[in-house]
Structure formats: structure tokens, C-alpha cells
Design a protein around this ligand. Structure first.
Ligand SMILES: NC(=O)c1ccc[n+]([C@@H]2O[C@H](COP(=O)([O-])OP(=O)(O)OC[C@H]3O[C@@H](n4cnc5c(N)ncnc54)[C@H](O)[C@@H]3O)[C@@H](O)[C@H]2O)c1
Length: 334
């Protein structure tokens, strides 16, 4: 399918990755983009730059609310499913995390099938793998999630694959690795490592690392993910398939702290260490060969460049460094 001229529903479209996907869809000439988001973690500020663009419709609602889902699907050709509750939320709220990430996905799949949606792109997560048993990790790597979040995301993607096999619905499962960039969360239990380090450094506070800092992640820049999600939707070759999106580069959290301190001009600060976060995976490194072969996937933005964009984003933030720091809890799980 071609996205230019399509009507797209983006669940979680006011969130971090979702709002970049909305940018990419509107830039690529989509006829209409509808967001369904309950704004638990989404922000108006993430999509405010589209105010006045009649092609964008924002619906405040919950993917667990079947009536809201049915209304949002009216006239849609393609669904990008990103709405979810996060990994740290799952530690203190396993049941609700499951209800949104697994049962909510099932509701959306059922109603998308009834609405005869042409393409359903299910955004899962590298967290379904658990820690790397071998690296790099291709799509055949075993899935042993360490958290309820990872388990619920795995259930959601299993339902998306089942809808392809049982009903012939055109679903594709995407497993992005760790995303970073502007609009990423520093606050509350949504707070991710790179934005937290930036906000701390901007306030002259030494970053806290949970564990020894030698745990690794594969970081991909958020606008790159948004771009490749659009390409996934356009690809016939990926229908019914599961595909990784990662950089193929493994970076320790200590190295992230070093780069952030350098780019914020705070090399005088030394990271501190605290006890590891429960369910924190030890090692992640993506093998994105399937995406390379089917989409001509390649990295468009390097880690260093992306951290630079994030630092710039926070420097221009209306809340200012002190305001940003107020929303940041060091130990951000229950
Ligand atoms: N950020 C990452 O590094 C990363 C990595 C891999 C996969 N993902 C996946 O990408 C997707 C987006 O993640 P993100 O990082 O942008 O997170 P996010 O929290 O910024 O986005 C999720 C959005 O879903 C909304 N939402 C939550 N519960 C909802 C509900 N019941 N009904 C409607 N909307 C609801 C939130 O308000 C938020 O805007 C998720 O599915 C996540 O699993 C993220």
C-alpha cells in the first residue's frame, strides 16, 4: 500500500515515538491521520506544531474502550498500534499493564478486522526477547521476557500474528530496540535513561546508574524508527512477518553517561551507582538483516548526532532545567 493518500489511525500518537510517526505520515502526504491516545503519557506539546492542519484529528480515548476504537477506525486504511503502558509501570501495576498492552491490542485487532483495515502495523518491543542469549539477536532469538511489560507485549504480538494466520489479516509485527531523541520521557515512570542523564547533567547533578553500567542496549534514533515504520506499512514482503528495527550497535549505559556528559559540557560530573532495576535486561544487540533485505533499512542518524538533537531539545524546553528536574524521580518504579 502507498501511505500518500491513505487514512491512518495511530494509537499512542501523542506519545514519544507516536508523535514522530505522525510527523512522518503528514510529511509523506497522508490524506488523514487520526490519533487515539488517553494522554496518560502522551502530551499535547508533542503534536502542537500540527495545530491548524485539518488532516490531523486527535481523539482522547482508551484502546480498551471498544466504542472509541470502532469510531476511530471509521474510514481508516492502515493502523499503527503504539498505545501502551511502559516497562516500569508494569513493575507496580502488572494487571493494568496486561489489560492495555495485551487485551487492548486484542480489542484493536478484532475491530480492525471488522473494519476491513488494509494494513495493521503492530509496534512491539525488543523487551520481548529478554536478555540476549546470543548476539546479535535476530527475529528467531528466543523470547524470554523479564518483565510483565515484555510478557504483555509478547502476547499482543502473538495475537497480531494469529490474526494473519487465522483470518488472513495483513498484520506486521515490528520490534524496535531502544529509542531516543526529542520528546523522549525524562519524567516519572516513563523516564528513559538518555533523557534522564541529560536533565541531570543540565542541572549539574551526577547521573545515577542502576547496576554496574555495563548492561548494554541497542539505541535507534526516534525519527529513524518513524521513517522505517512507514516503510514497513508500505511493504508487501513483510505482511505476516516479525521484523527488528535496531542500529546493530551495542552501547553500555556507562558509555551513554560519558557521551551525555561530554555533549552537555559537564565532564566534571562522575556517575553514581545504585542497586539494579528489577527485570533490567543485561544485553541487547539487534540483527536487522531482515529489514535491510526487505526495506533497504539503514541508520539515518548516529547515536552522537541524536544525543545532540536531544540536548538541543531540552535546552529549548519551556520548563527550563529546574522545572524538568522537578518531574524526575531517581528511582522511578514501585
Ligand atoms: N521507547 C522505546 O524505546 C521503545 C522501544 C521499543 C518499543 N517501543 C514501543 O513503542 C510504542 C510507543 O512507545 P513510546 O516510547 O512512544 O511510549 P509513550 O508512553 O510515549 O507512548 C505510548 C502512548 O500510548 C498512550 N496510551 C497509554 N495507554 C493507553 C490506552 N489505554 N489507550 C490509549 N492510549 C494509551 C500514552 O498516553 C502514550 O501517548 C509502545 O508500544 C512501546 O512498546 C518503545
Amino acid at each position: 500500500m502507498k501511505l500518500s493518500d491513505a487514512t491512518a489511525l495511530v494509537t499512542g500518537g501523542a506519545g514519544f515515538i507516536g508523535s514522530h510517526l505522525v510527523d512522518a505520515l503528514l510529511q509523506s502526504g497522508a490524506r488523514k491521520v487520526r490519533i487515539l491516545d488517553d494522554f496518560t503519557a502522551g502530551r499535547n506539546a508533542n503534536i502542537a506544531h500540527h495545530a491548524g492542519d485539518a488532516r490531523l484529528e486527535v481523539v482522547r480515548g482508551d484502546i480498551r474502550d471498544r466504542d472509541a476504537v470502532v469510531k476511530c477506525l471509521a474510514g481508516a486504511d492502515v493502523v499503527f498500534h503504539l498505545a501502551c503502558r511502559g516497562v516500569r509501570h508494569s513493575i507496580g501495576n502488572p494487571q493494568e499493564n496486561h489489560e492495555v498492552n495485551a487485551t487492548g491490542t486484542l480489542t484493536l485487532l478484532e475491530e480492525s478486522r471488522a473494519a476491513k483495515i488494509e494494513r495493521f502495523v503492530h509496534v512491539s518491543s525488543s523487551e520481548v526477547y529478554g536478555t540476549a542469549l546470543r548476539a546479535p539477536m535476530d527475529e528467531e532469538h528466543p523470547c524470554f521476557p523479564e518483565t510483565v511489560y515484555g510478557g504483555a507485549k509478547l502476547a499482543g504480538e502473538a495475537y497480531a500474528r494469529a490474526f494473519f494466520r487465522t483470518y488472513g489479516m495483513n498484520t506486521t509485527v515490528v520490534r524496535p530496540f531502544n529509542n531516543f531523541g526529542p520528546r523522549s520521557h525524562h519524567e516519572g515512570d516513563s523516564g528513559e535513561v538518555i533523557p534522564r542523564f541529560v536533565v541531570w547533567a543540565m542541572n549539574g547533578v551526577a547521573p545515577t546508574i542502576f547496576g554496574d553500567g555495563l548492561q548494554t542496549r541497542d539505541f535507534i534514533y526516534v525519527a529513524d524508527t518513524a521513517y522505517w515504520l512507514c516503510r514497513v506499512a508500505e511493504s508487501d514482503a513483510l505482511t505476516g512477518k516479525t521484523v527488528n528495527l535496531g542500529s546493530g550497535r551495542e552501547t553500555t549505559i556507562l558509555e551513554i553517561a560519558r557521551q551525555v556528559l561530554q555533549q552537555t559540557g559537564r565532564t566534571d560530573l562522575t556517575p553514581g551507582f545504585a542497586e539494579p532495576r528489577p527485570g533490567d535486561v543485561r544485553r541487547h544487540l539487534a540483527d536487522s538483516k531482515l529489514a535491510e533485505q526487505t526495506l533497504d533499512f539503514r541508520l539515518r542518524t548516529s547515536l552522537g548526532e541524536g544525543i545532540g538533537h536531544l540536548v538541543e531539545h531540552f535546552r529549548g524546553h519551556p520548563e527550563g532545567p529546574v522545572g524538568l528536574l522537578r518531574d524526575l524521580q531517581s528511582r522511578n518504579w514501585k
